[in-house]
Design a binder for this molecule. Structure first.
Ligand SMILES: NC(=O)C1=CN([C@@H]2O[C@H](COP(=O)(O)OP(=O)(O)OC[C@H]3O[C@@H](n4cnc5c(N)ncnc54)[C@H](O)[C@@H]3O)[C@@H](O)[C@H]2O)[C@@H](O)CC1
Ligand SMILES: [K+]
Length: 507
């Protein structure tokens, strides 16, 4: 698990390390610069001819120190500084003083020579508004040098990327490598900033969790090493009931695939049994393609007595994929929601029904804490919130927390970076696994199934949803590795899930 910080959090922990713990800021800066040299040597990157473009803030100070250390290693280093020297920070002024004492000079005009590396130290996490004027020209110039073959190394964050949102404030450096200090920042992972970050390396510089006294970071992500401890432990003595029984309400007359993809994901995530409630037209195909599943199929509308029996049997309910909006689905959802005994995952048309019927929305909200996970994509999220895309773009996170509060639930909000929030919990999970190959039909059905399968094995709603999202992304990465991002399908992803869980997991 690692934290993903906003700029103010990083500044708070930075400040605490300097003021309360007592590590001087120049020590942190030197460690930051040394960590950059270490990162370069880890990647066998030792440039000969380097240009450092530094701003007046501490990011610029980092850049001057990195340039000095590269020169120590034999590189020919040119320095250029932009901005008003009156605004130079104390640490950067000190770095400049050191450089001058060592006989380096700062170019008064940017020399357009050939460089094999450009160190982007114009702005770090202190960028607070759109870049204009000379800054804009410099960012363009760095990108031009990059296109001509120079390696673009950004310190902390590519200049122009907003550290909190990943937005591009005017224009940004298109880095090959970003070395960031202490903790990753949100802008490294959120699009479009993620595309500008290139390869990300996070380096320790002496700022630790002991500086979290005034508040913990608001976001975290998982890493592969975490899977050992995160995956539900298998019980050697267990039987199929031990690993959980999932009732899947999915599919309709024109939609059978949702039953297959979601149902298979439930079992591949480790649940013991799955039973599917679906119209009888899906019966034969399910028996042929998914013999592991038990079925309750109905002709016109389901008999609630049969639904009740299935509900009594289940440990978890997954409802919604491909059910459509008509033909008794509202009554079915109402019946399922009223039975508050076990946790429920609602996806797809299940969410559209909640959005279309206020009474269903209220019933869902009445289930109470720890009893509901919803997995909306942006369209479903906005329908549930009765908002438009502009609001989503403006503050997606706020929207997700508002929805989690309104439904007293866990929201796994799907997008290129899926976020998971829970009512009453301040921190948000920010997913870092996956790729654009997963933007394919049925991928969402697979996610709902994976989460359902994890809940069936006893995981709690929030952590089950976070883990499900992470595993779904990892399985997507494996599928893309084998089939490529163009042609991989949701079923390819589902097939990779057991490998991901076994390879990185505890067994
Ligand atoms: N001791 C420390 O405080 C450490 C800081 N570190 C570095 O310090 C950086 C943060 O330093 P700062 O807070 O000085 O911030 P930056 O170095 O990111 O620069 C911010 C400066 O740019 C100005 N500015 C913001 N947006 C602008 C715009 N669009 N156009 C023109 N000027 C603009 C601000 O007013 C401020 O003067 C980190 O990213 C990291 O690289 C590291 O050295 C680690 C230790
Ligand atoms: K930078």
């Amino acid at each position: 698990m690692r934290y993903i910080l906003k700029a103010y959090e990083m500044k708070m922990y930075d400040g605490d390390t300097i003021e309360r713990i007592g590590i001087p800021s120049m020590v942190l800066m030197e460690r930051a610069a040394l960590s950059v040299i270490e990162s370069l040597s880890e990647r066998n990157l030792m440039p000969q001819k380097v240009l450092v473009v530094a701003g007046m803030g501490n990011n610029g100070g980092d850049g001057l120190a990195v340039g000095r250390l590269l020169a120590e290693k034999g590189a020919e280093v040119a320095f250029y500084m932009a901005g008003n020297p009156d605004k130079m920070t104390e640490e950067t002024r000190r770095q400049l003083f050191i450089l001058k004492n060592l006989g380096f000079s700062i170019q008064s005009k940017l020399e357009l020579a050939e460089y094999d590396m450009v160190v982007d130290a114009l702005f770090g996490i202190g960028l607070s508004r759109n870049v204009e004027g000379e800054y804009l020209t410099l960012i363009r110039e760095m990108n031009r040098l990059g296109k001509k073959g120079a390696f673009l190394l950004s310190l902390d964050i590519p200049s122009g990327v907003c550290a909190d949102t990943g937005r591009i404030l005017g224009e940004a450096v298109q880095a090959n490598l970003t070395v960031t200090f202490a903790y990753a920042k949100r802008g490294h992972f959120l699009y479009p900033g993620r595309e500008y970050t290139g390869k990300l390396m996070v380096k320790d510089i002496g700022i630790t969790e002991s500086s979290f006294l005034k508040g913990r970071p608001g976001a975290f992500c998982y890493e592969k090493e975490d899977l050992h401890r995160l995956l539900p432990k298998r019980k050697p003595w267990g039987n199929k009931g031990t690993f959980g029984k999932v009732l899947l309400v999915a599919g309709s007359y024109d939609m059978c695939g949702a039953c297959v993809l979601c149902g298979k994901s439930i079992l591949r995530a480790g649940a013991g049994m799955v039973k599917i409630i679906t119209p009888s037209c899906n019966r034969i195909i399910l028996q042929e393609t998914f013999p592991e599943a038990m079925l309750y199929t109905f002709e016109d509308k389901p008999h609630m007595e049969k639904v009740k029996n299935s509900l009594d049997w289940a440990d978890v309910v997954v409802a919604g994929p491909g059910i459509g909006m008509g033909n008794g689905t509202k009554e079915l959802m109402e019946y399922l929601l009223k039975d508050k005994r076990c946790p429920m995952v609602i996806d797809a048309d299940g969410l559209n029904l909640l959005a279309a019927h206020q009474d269903l929305f209220e019933l869902a909200a009445e289930r109470g804490e720890g009893k509901l996970v919803i997995t909306p994509h942006p369209g479903e999220l906005l329908r549930l919130m009765k908002m438009d895309m502009e609001v989503y773009k403006e503050d997606r996170e706020k929207l997700i927390f508002t929805l989690a509060k309104g439904l007293h639930c866990v929201v796994a909000a799907k997008d290129a970076v899926t976020l998971v929030a829970e009512n009453g919990r301040e921190e948000i999970y920010m997913n870092t696994s996956g790729n654009d190959g997963m933007a394919t039909a049925g991928s969402g059905d697979a996610l709902a199934g994976i989460i359902g399968g994890l809940l069936a094995q006893g995981m709690d709603c929030f952590f089950g949803a976070c883990l499900g999202v992470y595993l779904h992304g990892l399985a997507g990465e494996e599928a893309a590795g084998k089939k490529g991002r163009y042609g991989m399908t949701a079923l390819d992803l589902v097939k990779e899930l057991p490998f991901v869980m076994t390879f990185y997991g505890p067994n």
